[in-house]
Design a protein around this ligand. Structure first.
Ligand SMILES: [Zn+2]
Length: 246
């Protein structure tokens, strides 16, 4: 009887290990840029264009104020926003376009939902998401992307390893500026204006009807007024955790 109990216990343990392996905890990596100790500080602004339209409040403010940004675009967004893409391509000094995937599915190789979005669900589907995003960018004539950020910015560790093998760095962030574009204008402005030397800000440029976009502009102008400078991810050395950049 004791032997049977032991045996059952061992089976339960191995089942637990299998299911734990199946649903490996997701990671949301952090990214910083190398601080600029000598000056008044620098930050990297990253803006996701997941799908939908273009927030011209943000795009115009960037152009008018000469604020450079790294824009993570999906294949879906590129197809529907030719005017905005043209403005970005006309200002190569300001805009670095990077890979946010072909179809905006999370780079997670097990089937699950993240913030209500169905994950890629398999290794092949993760690869397809990353490669189709890069292919869509190649169609614009932009330089080949060097960075990837998956939908929801959450990853399975095995997906990160796959994306790195394809030659991309994985773009985390250190300040969640707009809470997925769902925050109010005031809170968004407060979060962005609080950025310090070395921070990487994430916000969205594809939700023109959301209040958060107004806060993005206010927060950026506050940083500019404080004398902080803006850089793109490719302009500086970057340090990410969870094996995303090393
Ligand atoms: Zn997105």
């Amino acid at each position: 009887m004791r032997l049977l109990q032991k045996h059952l216990c061992a089976i339960a343990m191995s089942l637990w290990a299998v299911s734990a392996g199946y649903a490996a905890p997701l990671v949301q990596p952090t990214l910083h840029i190398k601080p600029d100790a000598s000056g008044s500080g620098r930050v990297a602004l990253t803006l996701d264009a997941c799908g939908g339209k273009t927030d011209t409040r943000i795009l115009s403010a960037l152009v008018e104020n000469g604020i450079p940004a790294t824009i993570f675009v999906t294949g879906i967004w590129l197809k529907r926003n030719a005017d905005a893409v043209a403005i970005m391509l006309a200002h190569p000094d300001l805009f670095e376009l990077e890979n946010h995937g072909g179809r905006h599915v999370p780079a997670v190789d097990t089937p699950q939902k993240i913030y209500g979005i169905r994950s890629a669900g398999s290794a092949d589907a993760v690869l397809a998401e990353v490669e189709s995003g890069a292919a869509a960018l190649a169609g614009t004539g932009e330089p080949a992307p060097k960075w990837f950020r998956g939908a929801t910015a959450e990853y399975s560790p095995s997906a990160i390893a796959m994306i790195r093998k394809l030659g991309f760095k994985v773009a985390g962030f250190s300040i969640n500026g707009d809470g997925g574009s769902l925050l109010g204008a005031r809170e968004t402005a407060r979060r962005i204006a609080a950025a310090k030397d070395g921070d990487v800000i994430i916000a969205h440029i594809n939700q023109p009807t959301h209040a958060a976009g107004e806060g993005v502009v206010q927060g950026l102008l506050a940083l500019k007024q404080k004398g902080l400078t803006f850089v793109r991810l490719d302009d500086v050395d970057d340090v990410g955790d969870d094996g995303t950049t090393d």
